[in-house]
Design a protein around this ligand. Structure first.
Ligand code: SF4
Ligand code: SF4
Length: 156
């Protein structure tokens, strides 16, 4: 209230956005297991996923295993409302927010980003924020430390 508002002369002057701004969604394809949770939870139904099953030969005489192979993963940013539900629900850390926002198009169809383009956005995802030193350690770390202590006691 005590400061004058200043209009940034975009695009000559880039806006000073917080690093966690919701600009565009990036996909780390290697982490995606095609669980479909993001597509099911998306309120706009603007995530399109196609996949097929692949059978892996059994190792050591067991039964052959099947795995999902991602054929298509696309997000239609003309429909997306940037709610972040898909990023939140992904159980395998395959979706991330990038602050990049300069992807306006003259043709609305170009706003559907296929997996290669979503993969490219990964280079613009900022590193995760450092943990608060006063915060409790993550549950996984505490569990691992307890297991290590138990193993140490058992080994003596
Ligand atoms: S941010 Fe929301 S609307 Fe956009 S793709 Fe994700 S779940 Fe759908
Ligand atoms: S929720 Fe994550 S792992 Fe599942 S299909 Fe979506 S991006 Fe892939």
């Amino acid at each position: 209230m005590t400061r004058r508002s200043i209009t940034r002369q975009y695009p000559e002057v880039q806006p000073d956005l917080p690093p966690r701004s919701r600009g565009v969604i990036a996909l780390l394809e290697e982490n995606c297991t095609v669980c479909m949770l993001c597509a099911r939870e998306c309120p706009d139904w603007c995530i399109y996923i196609d996949s097929h099953k692949e059978t892996l030969p059994a190792e050591g005489g067991g039964r052959p295993r099947t795995r999902n192979v991602l054929d298509r993963f696309a997000i239609d940013f003309a429909l997306c409302m940037y709610c972040g539900i898909c990023v939140e629900v992904c159980p395998f850390d395959a979706l991330f927010w990038s602050p990049e926002f300069e992807y306006a198009e003259y043709d609305i169809n170009e706003l559907t980003h296929e997996k290669d383009r979503l993969r490219e956005w990964m280079w613009t995802v900022p590193p995760p924020q450092a943990h608060d030193p006063a915060a409790e350690p993550p549950k996984e770390v505490s569990a691992a430390e307890k297991a290590a202590q138990r193993a140490g006691r058992g080994g003596r």
